[in-house]
Each structure stands twice: as structure tokens, then as C-alpha cells.
Design a protein around this ligand. Structure first.
Ligand code: GLU
Length: 419
């Protein structure tokens, strides 16, 4: 990410929302700083007997509205400023949808594809032990993020529980079902993307039937979004992963694509067979003519270099931070509707919240109840953000930040400042 500091952008967004709400800086200044940051270096024994050092981070951005909440990612490019920005986005995301959490994020600088399963498990367990003093169901609750999954959450739960001496399922969400995971959690982020996309499409008059959809990234978020939008009648014309993408004017056979990716999410699309497809690069994919573009990969994908060439009518941010600030301005001028990450991908943390509630109460909800409650929470948040956006004549992103900042300032004011 070079010299570019994503946390500076978060601060600029907060300041802008604060000014639009007519607040004084001292009303919201606390939301401009992360509450607590931990950087750790730790050894892992590799399969060949050597010892390798790794660096990791956990940042708690805010606990004003409840325990800190947010995923852990494993990525070779992770750095402190990125994790700080991701933690702040979690604070705003939880406030937008009105669940009782603050925000946090963690990362280990590592390419997990280069580790064996044993090395991955040892790295996860040692990292968990290093950040354990910050964690706990009432303190800070991790979850999956880029390159982490249910199995890894299971190792985190087990490591934390071993340190405590008793099972603590509520310390982490996104766990496998048999150790306290929630039904519906695995597909919750993609389901939320589908709900938000279809609601905003209704509001701006894009019919779902036959709507053209392009998805960048076919990990958990992208693949579920593509499947659920296809089920709603949309036509998925292009998808991609790290290896590049595929495009078909009349619409891809999404069931076939998902079967192809079943064993390996980053399987090269060059090996994919379907009549009428052409191969595209990730950059070409982002600039295809489409109704809806869903960036569901990493940050900064839509940037000053490609924003002017974007042909989508609407962008629904499945990933966190896929659009840079410069790109956002260009898109706004072009009239592209951008549905921001803090609303569009909030479905994951909403069902994480359900998982935590079920863990604390030691009971299980059925999937239907989970999906219905998720829908209810998302629809309420979409309406609140949309109202703010139209009432103040601001972008949907600014509207979402304003909805969230109001709740954060109210919580801070009601609690007061200690001591
Ligand atoms: N990592 C996901 C996100 O960015 C989920 C966080 C959670 O469930 O705590 O929203």
C-alpha cells in the first residue's frame, strides 16, 4: 500500500460526517483515535525444524457501544495502518446496523498459502496466545476475514479456552457449528450484500430480473453474493479470483462456476469450461458494462487509475475499503451509485452478533429465524442510511457515516468521560 495511509482517510470521513451533523470536533474527537493497539512478534516452528518469526497486530478502535468486534486476516501485505483503518470501519459498521459492539481488527503478516496445515495451526494458536490479554467475550471478539475461516476460528476458541481452563465459545465468532458456530453465519455477509443490493436497486429503479452483475473475488463473500443474486433473477455476467476472470454476455452458469471452485477458491479460471465464455483480467472485469459491480476482494481495487473507466451503474462494496477516496469522488461525479462497505457487507458481523448471543445464552436459533432477523436489521439500517443520504443530500457513504457517528457520539456523551 506504499506511503498511502488508509487511516488518514477514515479520519477525513469522520470529520466530514461530524461537520455535516453540525457537531463540534470535541463531540466526536474520541472516534478519530484507536483506543488500544498491540503489535506482536512471535516464533513458529516450521515443518523443516527451523523457527520463523512473524508479526501480527490487534487494534481495538472503540468500545463505546459495547465489546470490540472484528475479524482477523492473514495476508502478506497487512500492516498497522491498514489494520487501524479496518478496526475503525468495524466501529462504524456495527453502529450503522445498530448492534451493541465497538470495532476491532487483527492481522498476521503472512501468506497462508505458503504454510502447511500444521504450520497454519501453530501460527494461529501462538498469535491467539500473544493477543489473548486483549480478548474475551466481554472485551474483544475476533471473527474470520481475508484468508481465515471457520477451522481457524475453532483453533482460536480452543487456544483461548485452554488458557482459561474452561470452554469459552463466545470469545470468537464464525466457528464451526459443532463448537458453537451459528447456522447462517458462513453465508451471512453474502446474504447481506444481496439484501442491500436488492433494496437499493428498488429505490433507484433497477429491476432485479435480468440485472447484469459483475463480481470481483469469489471467496466467501463474492461466491455467496453471486449465488443469491442469481437466485433472485439477476444475470451474473463476470466473476474473478486472484488468477483472473471469466465473462459471458448472456450470463454464466453460476452453479457450474461454484462447483469448479469448490475444492480451491483460487483455482485458475483458465481451466474453467463453459461455452461462450471469454477470459478477462481483474482490471478489465472492473470496467465491464454492467448494472451492478460487487468488489469482494481486497482494498483499493477501484482507484484513481480505473475509476473514470468504470461502467457500472451501481457498486456494492462486498470487501472492506475497495474504493479509494479519489475514486469515490470520480464515481460521484459520474453519477455511479456507491453502496459503502460499512452497510453493504455488515451482514457478516450481524450474524456474528447472533452467534455470540447464542453462545452467551447457551441456546441455538434455527436458520430461518437467523435469516429473518438478519433481513429485519439490514432493512432498518438501509432505510436509516437512505433517509440520511436524501435528507442531507450527501453520498450514501457519508449518510452511513452520519448514521453511525450519531450513535457513537450519543453513547460517548451518555457514558461520559472517565475519570
Ligand atoms: N471480517 C468481517 C467484517 O469485516 C466480519 C467481522 C465479524 O463478524 O466480527 O465485517
Amino acid at each position: 500500500m506504499g506511503a498511502y495511509n488508509p487511516y488518514d482517510n477514515v479520519v477525513a470521513m469522520i470529520r466530514d460526517a461530524g461537520e455535516k451533523l453540525g457537531y463540534k470536533e470535541s463531540d466526536y474527537v474520541a472516534t478519530m483515535y484507536p483506543e488500544r493497539e498491540l503489535k506482536v512478534s512471535f516464533p513458529v516452528r516450521m515443518d523443516d525444524g527451523t523457527v520463523k518469526m512473524f508479526e501480527g497486530y490487534r487494534v481495538q478502535h472503540s468500545s463505546s457501544r459495547g465489546p470490540c468486534k472484528g475479524g482477523i486476516r492473514f495476508h502478506q501485505d497487512a500492516d498497522e495502518n491498514e489494520v487501524k483503518a479496518l478496526a475503525a470501519w468495524m466501529t462504524f459498521k456495527c453502529a450503522v446496523v445498530g448492534i451493541p459492539y465497538g470495532g476491532a481488527k487483527g492481522a498476521v503478516k503472512v501468506d497462508p498459502a505458503k504454510l502447511s496445515r500444521g504450520e497454519l495451526e501453530r501460527l494461529t494458536r501462538r498469535f491467539t496466545a500473544m493477543i489473548a490479554p486483549m480478548l474475551g467475550p466481554e472485551r474483544d471478539i475476533p471473527a474470520p476475514d481475508v484468508n481465515t475461516n471457520g477451522e481457524i476460528m475453532g483453533w482460536i476458541m480452543d487456544t483461548y479456552s485452554m488458557l482459561k481452563g474452561y470452554a469459552v465459545p463466545g470469545v470468537v465468532t464464525g466457528k464451526p457449528i459443532d463448537i458453537g458456530g451459528s447456522l447462517g453465519r458462513a453465508e451471512a455477509t453474502g446474504r447481506g450484500v444481496m439484501i442491500v443490493a436488492s433494496e437499493i436497486m428498488k429505490k433507484v429503479g433497477i429491476p432485479m430480473k435480468g440485472a447484469r452483475v459483475v463480481v470481483q473475488g469469489m471467496g466467501n463473500v463474492g461466491s455467496v453474493s453471486a449465488r443469491l443474486l442469481a437466485e433472485q433473477g439477476a444475470t451474473i455476467v463476470a466473476v474473478s479470483n486472484k488468477t483472473g476472470g471469466i465473462y459471458k454476455e448472456s450470463g454464466l452458469d453460476i452453479a457450474n462456476v461454484l462447483t469448479f471452485l469448490d475444492a480451491q477458491k483460487e483455482r485458475p479460471f483458465k481451466e474453467y469450461n463453459e461455452s461462450g465464455i471469454s477470459h478477462v483480467s481483474n482490471d478489465e472485469l472492473l470496467t465491464l458494462k454492467t448494472d451492478i459491480l460487487i468488489p469482494a476482494a481486497l482494498e483499493n481495487q477501484i482507484n484513481a487509475d480505473n475509476a473514470a473507466r468504470i461502467q457500472a451503474k451501481m457498486i456494492v462494496e462486498g470487501a472492506n475499503g475497495p474504493t479509494t477516496v479519489e475514486a469515490d469522488k470520480i464515481l460521484q461525479k459520474k453519477g455511479v451509485i456507491v453502496v459503502p462497505d460499512v452497510l453493504a457487507n455488515a451482514g457478516g458481523v450481524v450474524v456474528s452478533y447472533f452467534e455470540w448471543v447464542q453462545n452467551i445464552q447457551s441456546l441455538m436459533w434455527d436458520e430461518d429465524e437467523i435469516n429473518k432477523t438478519l433481513s429485519r436489521i439490514m432493512l432498518k439500517a438501509i432505510d436509516a442510511v437512505h433517509e440520511m443520504h436524501t435528507k442531507h443530500n450527501v453520498s450514501i457513504r457519508t449518510g452511513a457515516y452520519m448514521v453511525a457517528l450519531k450513535k457513537l457520539v450519543a453513547a460517548k456523551t451518555t457514558r461520559g468521560i472517565f475519570p
